[in-house]
Design a protein around this ligand. Structure first.
Ligand code: ACO
Length: 325
């Protein structure tokens, strides 16, 4: 029987390391506060590489590891809230630069939960359209939309991305077993990035948008902890898989305290939650594939291992995916 499996993973982050000390040169903050409240010590910031550049570098690694040629891709989905442009999509820019001529290409806007939504969309489309190979990317250059004078947000985020090549073929691995996807649009105002101004010869009242991240940190914090707990519980309940069978929880890397609080509520040892937010901060849709790639490179995930990806973010949105490697 055909299963949709993750056949290759890759990631790419810009080379510039921006420490907490560096940020405290231009906003009123300090290393101790940031480490204590978030767990973050540094992040990567783009000096000009755009979201498509990061996505392409990550994709090349994933394609190579999967042994798939770009021209054999049937589908490219990019999860991002910081695309190069509204159109063409990052996925279409990638198609052109990678020579993935036969792929259907589009971006999705699901903030930090985007990579997980992308995996399930690809999984479903591969089955319904009989696609063989797909590329799912989560990538951001959030520094473009950051308010670098707001210490409540600019300390949290970083740039980077990751990519997964999915194959739909007979396999011993169950691959993507189940997804749990949810949204809470009523809480959307807690985390916003404005789009184009609305000011035409016909608008009654011009609406000028701030094209920067605005966030109610405490509101998002509360939401995030509950979202992780609900998503992990629901995916276990849905599949009948027990916690003992799960090797790792791979969470969206937003804040160490959010993950610690969710881990306590779920009663899952912190050692089973893989973290790298100390070095990369919150890379939004990039965070889960960047973590997966690091785990792969450290040989922490092996054939047959089951793990749960879990994420939450703007929208507000949240998701969990049970995967067998
Ligand atoms: N340095 C020093 N002091 C600060 C800083 C800073 N960088 N930021 C805020 N403070 C101050 C505040 O002004 C406040 O001071 P006051 O008490 O004098 O008013 C005090 O520290 C406490 O502020 P809180 O906002 O209550 O701090 P909190 O402990 O909640 O931490 C944080 C703030 C880190 C933003 C936290 O709320 C958080 O991580 N929230 C979740 C954010 C998140 O994960 N967002 C991403 C979602 S994913 C996506 O889709 C993009």
């Amino acid at each position: 029987m055909n299963n949709v499996t993750i056949a290759g993973i890759g990631a790419y982050v810009p080379s510039l390391v921006v420490t907490n000390e560096k940020i405290s040169e231009f906003v009123d903050t300090n290393n101790d506060w940031i480490v204590e409240r978030t767990g973050i010590t540094e992040r990567r910031i783009s000096e000009g590489e755009n979201t498509s550049d990061i996505s392409i570098e990550a994709a090349k690694i994933a394609l190579e590891r999967a042994g798939v040629k770009a021209e054999d891709l049937d589908l490219i989905i990019v999860a991002t809230i910081s695309p190069d442009m509204f159109i063409p999509s990052v996925a279409c820019i990638m198609q052109s630069k990678l020579n993935a001529g036969k792929a259907a290409c589009f971006d999705i806007s699901v903030a930090c939960s985007g990579f997980l939504y992308g995996l399930e969309i690809a999984n479903s489309m591969m089955k319904s359209m009989n696609y063989k190979n797909a590329l799912v990317v989560g990538a951001e250059v959030l520094s473009k939309v950051m308010d670098w004078s707001d210490r409540g947000t600019c300390i949290l985020f970083g740039d980077g991305g990751g990519a997964a090549v999915l194959k739909n073929e007979p396999s011993d691995s169950k691959g993507i077993i189940k997804s749990y996807l949810r949204s809470d649009g009523a809480k959307g105002e807690a985390l916003t990035i404005g789009a184009a101004d609305f000011n035409t010869p016909f608008t009654k009242e011009p609406q000028l948008k701030d094209r920067i991240i605005k966030m109610n940190g405490r509101e998002v914090f509360k939401f995030a902890t509950n979202a992780i707990v609900e998503s992990v519980n629901e995916i276990l309940k849905d599949t009948g898989v027990s916690l003992d069978e799960i090797k790792y929880i791979v969470p969206h890397q937003a804040n160490y305290r959010i993950i610690k609080s969710a881990a306590n509520k779920l009663g899952i040892d912190e050692e089973r939650w893989y973290l790298n937010l100390d070095r990369f901060g919150n890379t939004s849709a990039g965070s889960v594939p960047i973590v997966l790639n690091e785990m792969y490179e450290k040989n922490l995930i092996n054939k047959g291992d089951k793990f749960i990806l879990v994420a939450f973010g703007g929208g507000l949105t949240y998701a969990a995916t049970l995967v067998e490697w």
